[in-house]
Design a protein around this ligand. Structure first.
Ligand code: KG4
Ligand code: ZN
Length: 335
């Protein structure tokens, strides 16, 4: 029997600042529509929860309509509704969960709540017929930096994590200090493209300590001090390149160490920061050297999207998992 749900799933994601709907069948993505709130939150330099929830309310029905149209199906063809219900901003999550409940109830099809991080981890299923186990998943986003040992679908053990800021936060905060705007990851990548990554020495966090955890809070302080001490003499391209180099080096070093110590067959790279070109290239090269498969989804599946929620749901629905109309949302939740 296939480990994947073979009928059309409508998946919704609204945990942070992207409203998204997708149609997934098995591991095939028929559509994946994302409405981003980046332009809205830019003015505040970060996501404002109340504004995010209101923007989800406006965007949710149009993205669902677009996802159905792109997949060339109608609501009546949908056989299950999946939705991110944890973790995330409560007001934002509840928009997706309410819409999913209303749809599942009126269509009389199963409803399933999905953990956002399981969605990121299983975004790697896109276009594949399965994943090798055990493998290590590196989840790097604006809110998360985790190394997860994956021994099967639904079998996750966190083996390393950040003790303070997430990797994406380090990019975002560094970009703010350097006057590069929000969100910072892409801006740092672009500004740093012509820079010298060895120009400024920045702290990696927890180096010299026997751990595969991360710490990025010292990095932000170091960039702030650098900006203050250099003043107008600072080279923004060199500072951006140095910041990117520091974050990428530590992510690659810890991920490879986790993979070696757990004898993993593959390393997956997921989450918004996985869109980073240098990180993708470095990790691919390191995996090749180690003889482990490197798996990362296309960039539009790295940042938040509903297709990854549909892929995770595809596994759980095929196992017969269902949620009731009492499905709730949670700001924090274990994987
Ligand atoms: O997964 P995601 O879309 O949302 C969360 O769940 O947080 O990740 C967003 C994060 C932001 O911190 C953003 O700066 C970072 O991903 N990001 C990047 C790049 N593109 C997005 N970081 C580094 N390089 C990039 N090219
Ligand atoms: Zn995410």
């Amino acid at each position: 029997m296939s480990p994947f749900f073979s009928d059309p799933i409508l998946a919704l994601e609204s945990s942070c600042d992207e409203t998204s709907a997708a149609v997934v069948v098995g591991t095939e993505i028929r559509s994946n529509v994302v409405s981003s709130q980046v332009d809205l939150h830019k003015q505040w330099g970060g996501v404002v929860p109340e504004a995010a929830a209101r923007a989800h309310v406006e965007a949710i029905l149009p993205v669902i309509e677009d996802a159905l149209a792109e997949a060339q199906i109608t609501l009546n063809d949908i056989r299950a509704v999946a939705v991110t219900n944890r973790p995330g901003l409560i007001g934002a999550l509840s928009v997706g969960v309410s819409a999913a409940k209303a749809l599942a109830y009126s269509l009389k099809v199963p409803l399933l709540g999905v953990h956002h991080l399981e969605g990121h981890l299983l975004s790697t299923l896109a276009g594949r017929d399965g994943l090798p186990f055990p493998h290590i998943g590196l989840i790097v986003s604006g809110g998360h930096t985790e190394l997860v040992e994956v021994t099967g679908y639904g079998e996750y053990r966190i083996v390393g994590q950040t003790r303070d800021d997430a990797a994406g936060e380090a990019f975002d905060k560094g970009a703010r200090v350097l006057g590069l705007g929000y969100p910072g990851g892409k801006a740092i990548q672009e500004a740093g493209a012509a820079g010298n990554p060895k120009r400024y020495k920045l702290p990696q966090g927890l180096s010299g300590v026997a751990t595969i955890d991360f710490s990025f809070s010292g990095l932000k302080t170091a960039v702030l001090r650098l900006a203050q001490s250099e003043g107008d003499n600072i080279s923004v391209p060199d500072a951006a390149a140095s910041l990117q180099e520091t974050i990428v080096s530590v992510l690659v070093e810890r991920a490879i160490r986790a993979s070696q110590s757990l004898n993993s067959k593959a390393l997956t790279l997921v989450g918004g920061v996985a869109a980073n070109r240098l990180l993708r290239d470095r990790l691919a090269a390191a995996c090749e050297q180690e003889g482990v498969e490197f798996i990362t989804p296309p960039i539009d599946l790295c940042t938040d999207n509903a297709a990854m929620i549909g892929l995770a749901a595809s596994v759980r629905l095929a196992r017969g998992e269902r949620d009731s109309m009492d499905l709730d949302c949670y700001a924090t939740a274990d994987l």
